[in-house]
Design a protein around this ligand. Sequence first.
Ligand code: HEC
Length: 148
Amino acid sequence: MNRMGWGSTAFAAMAFAASVALAASGADAIKERRALMKENGEATKAVVGMLKGAPFDLAAVQKALKTYENAAAKMPGLFPADSEKGDTHALPAVWTDTADFDARFKKFGADSAAALTAITDDASFKANMPGVLKNCGGCHEKFRAKDN
Ligand code: HEC
C-alpha cells in the first residue's frame, strides 16, 4: 500500500471515531432505514398499478420483490437504541416489542422470496402479491406513526 493509502485509512478511522463520539450513528441509521423504506414505496407504486389493471410486467414485479428482500434483510439492523428519537416515525414499540418487529421483517423477506418463485404470470401475480403487501400495512399499523 502506498503512502496515500495509509493516510486515507487513518483518516477514515479518525472520522469513524469522531462520528461515534458525536453519536451520529443513530441519525445515520434513521436516514438509511427511511431511504430503504422509500425504495419500497416507489417499487410498490408500479405493483399496485398492475393490481388495479395496468399491464402485467414480470420484470417490474421481480424488481419490486428484490427491493423488498433487500429491505427486509437490512432493516432489523437499523434501529440502534440511539435512533429512537430524531427525524423518525418509528414508534417506541420497535424498542419494546423488538422480537415481533424483527419477526415481521423475517416474514416479509420470506414472503417476498416465495413470491419471487411463485409469480410467473398475471394470474399468479394477482394470487400472490396481495399477501406480500399485507406485510407493509400490518407492520406500519403497530410500529410506525401515521403522521407521514
Ligand atoms: C416489519 C415492519 C415493516 C414492514 C414489513 C414494512 N415497513 Fe415501511 N416502515 C416501517 C417503519 C418502522 C417505518 C418508519 C421508519 C422511520 O421513520 O424511521 C417505515 C416507513 C415507511 C415509509 C416512509 C419512508 C420515509 O420517507 O420516511 C414508506 C413509504 C414505507 N415504509 C413503505 C413500505 C412498503 C411499501 C412496505 C411493503 C412493501 C413496507 N413499508 C413494509 C416498518 C415496516
